[in-house]
Design a protein around this ligand. Structure first.
Ligand SMILES: *[C@@H]1O[C@H](CO)[C@@H](O)[C@H](O)[C@H]1NC(C)=O
Ligand SMILES: *[C@@H]1O[C@H](CO)[C@@H](O)[C@H](O)[C@H]1NC(C)=O
Ligand SMILES: *[C@@H]1O[C@H](CO)[C@@H](O)[C@H](O)[C@H]1NC(C)=O
Ligand SMILES: *[C@@H]1O[C@H](CO)[C@@H](O)[C@H](O)[C@H]1NC(C)=O
Ligand SMILES: *[C@@H]1O[C@H](CO)[C@@H](O)[C@H](O)[C@H]1NC(C)=O
Ligand SMILES: CC(=O)N[C@H]1CO[C@H](CO)[C@@H](O)[C@@H]1O
Length: 460
């Protein structure tokens, strides 16, 4: 759930009335028919997004992959090959919500361009610290109904269960590797933040389970998660521990809130979580009605994601045309209706899948220490409840300070293939808040397995 607290605010900013009208019509580009014919070259050529110096867009690819032919479900992607390294690993990025567009990752966090609102409207500018470089990155709007991803059946095609959305994503991954077979020989990382902690672990687990047949062989090397939400039963109560330790709530407050939360979890476990909206649940989890912080994303900078800026960027007529989305599609920065369908998924845990992933793959889990949405305390609560082979070793691990000269960048520990990092000064949107440190972090993870200190000065 994570970001639900913001939805109310964001919904006020973004109104359908502000959608710009498109200048001319054009068709949507569906790539699956070409892939089915084995016409890989045509799929690559038609999905090409020409380099656009006005908008700082590097050569890239975009279009729709049909992931459920019966329902007519199509996932939208925007893929940026690394300009720096021809054999860079592939990173697939998902934002959370649930139902937030992954173009937040692109424009607000680590894509090659950033979107800014100016007096003349939204402008795209060059981002100095992008993850496109060490990685080739594909941003995917997920689930169907978020961003530009849509179903021919409309709402009837939406999937709000783990099996449902994971099947759609898995089909996407198989087809993406068909379209860009060069990536079969390179490492693949699944990544995302917040509610995507569940999407990514479920998808990685499916890839892991299906890995033995030759056609399904995906070179999954690891996962990278920012402020992940994947074990609600341990994570939700820890939210109140964190607020209590900050002095935001009293011990008595925390007991009241935790008891109500416990009731909610019991109702869910008994299959009786009905007659409630996702906003009501969200308020019980985050308590934004009682806790008047301006934002839970970064309680120091008080900055929220500009969902409307991201949406306006994606709806610029010249961008729509360049991305081949078709002139008839509405961009959904998030999808309130679909979010309500996620009530039954909200408390589902992927902790057992996470254990298998920790046992078999490289894993980087990071947090910002100014994040209240999924604070480090919440992520630790889940990690300490994850039954993986090196569990005891992780529980006993000590933190190392990540400093360079006089700058404190964060705190980390490494247990086998697991790298745990807390970035100092960042909130929920870590790459947005600390872009240089975040880029350094993922580069270290790729090259060294975890943070590698430049000097051997440590304190722990
Ligand atoms: C857009 O929708 C209109 C009306 O629903 C339809 O007539 C038109 O063909 C559509 N255009 C495209 C490009 O799909
Ligand atoms: C390019 O990526 C490959 C695969 O991760 C890596 O081995 C190599 O060091 C990278 N090269 C550069 C210049 O970063
Ligand atoms: C990006 O880097 C350029 C050159 O170093 C610098 O002038 C500019 O201020 C930087 N932009 C941001 C947003 O940090
Ligand atoms: C659902 O809520 C309505 C209005 O609050 C109430 O009348 C109804 O009894 C509730 N149904 C269930 C099954 O709890
Ligand atoms: C760093 O480690 C090396 C070898 O382990 C040692 O010789 C050196 O004195 C250390 N430097 C500092 C600044 O601690
Ligand atoms: C081909 C391949 O990578 N197979 C692996 C799939 O995952 C299982 C673990 O569930 C491994 O044992 C296989 O080696």
């Amino acid at each position: 759930m994570d970001l639900l607290a913001l939805i109310v605010m964001a919904a006020n900013i973004f109104t359908a009335a502000s959608v710009p009208t498109t200048a001319s019509t054009h068709e949507s580009l569906f790539l699956t028919p070409l892939l089915d014919q084995g016409n890989i070259q045509a799929a690559k050529e038609r999905s090409r997004v020409a380099e656009d110096t006005t908008h700082y867009i590097p050569a890239s690819h975009a279009g729709f992959i049909t992931v459920d032919k019966q329902l007519g479900n199509h996932l939208f992607f925007w893929y940026f090959p690394s300009q720096l390294n021809a054999s860079a690993p592939l990173l697939l990025w998902l934002n959370g919500g649930p139902t937030f567009t992954s173009m937040i990752g692109l424009f607000w966090e680590h894509g090659p361009m950033e979107a800014r609102m100016t007096e003349e409207g939204v402008k795209l500018t060059h981002r100095n610290y992008t993850w496109v470089g060490p990685f080739s990155v594909v941003y995917v709007d997920n689930p169907v109904g978020a961003g530009y991803s849509f179903s021919d059946q409309g709402e009837a095609g939406y999937k709000a269960t783990q099996d449902g959305y994971t099947a759609d994503l898995y089909s996407f991954v198989l087809q993406f590797f068909k379209m860009f077979p060069e990536h079969k020989r390179r490492d693949f990382y699944l990544s995302g933040q917040s509610y995507a902690g569940k999407y990514v672990s479920a998808l990685a687990y499916k890839i892991h389970q299906q890995n033995d047949s030759e056609t399904n062989k995906i070179p999954l090397r690891g996962i990278i998660l920012g402020g992940p939400y994947f074990d609600p039963e341990t994570q939700n109560p820890a939210y109140f521990n964190h607020l209590y330790s900050l002095g935001v709530i009293s011990k008595a407050d925390s007991i009241i809130y935790r008891n109500e939360l416990f009731d909610l979890h019991q109702q869910f476990n008994a299959g009786k979580l009905i007659n409630i909206t996702i906003q009501e649940i969200a308020n019980k989890i985050i308590r934004y009605n009682e806790i008047p912080l301006q934002t839970f994303d970064n309680y120091v900078s008080k900055q929220n994601v500009e969902y409307s800026t991201v949406a306006f960027a994606m709806m610029l007529p010249e961008i729509q045309r360049a991305l081949h989305v078709g002139s008839n599609h509405t961009f959904m920065p998030f999808n309130n209706g679909l979010m309500n369908e996620f009530i039954q998924d909200l408390f589902v845990s992927t902790v057992r899948m996470m254990a298998v992933l920790l046992d078999n793959y490289k894993v980087l889990i990071f947090n910002g220490d100014y994040d209240l949405v999924t604070s480090s305390a919440m992520v630790e609560a889940a990690l300490l409840a994850t039954p993986w082979l090196k569990q005891k070793q992780y529980s006993k691990s000590r933190r190392t300070f990540w400093t360079e000269d006089d700058r404190l960048k964060g705190f980390f520990s490494q247990t086998g293939q697991f790298c745990r990092v807390v970035v100092h000064g960042a909130g929920h949107q870590v790459p947005h808040d600390m872009p240089d440190v975040s880029l350094e972090m993922v580069t270290h993870f790729l090259q060294d397995g975890c943070i590698k200190l430049k000097t051997n000065k440590t304190s722990s």
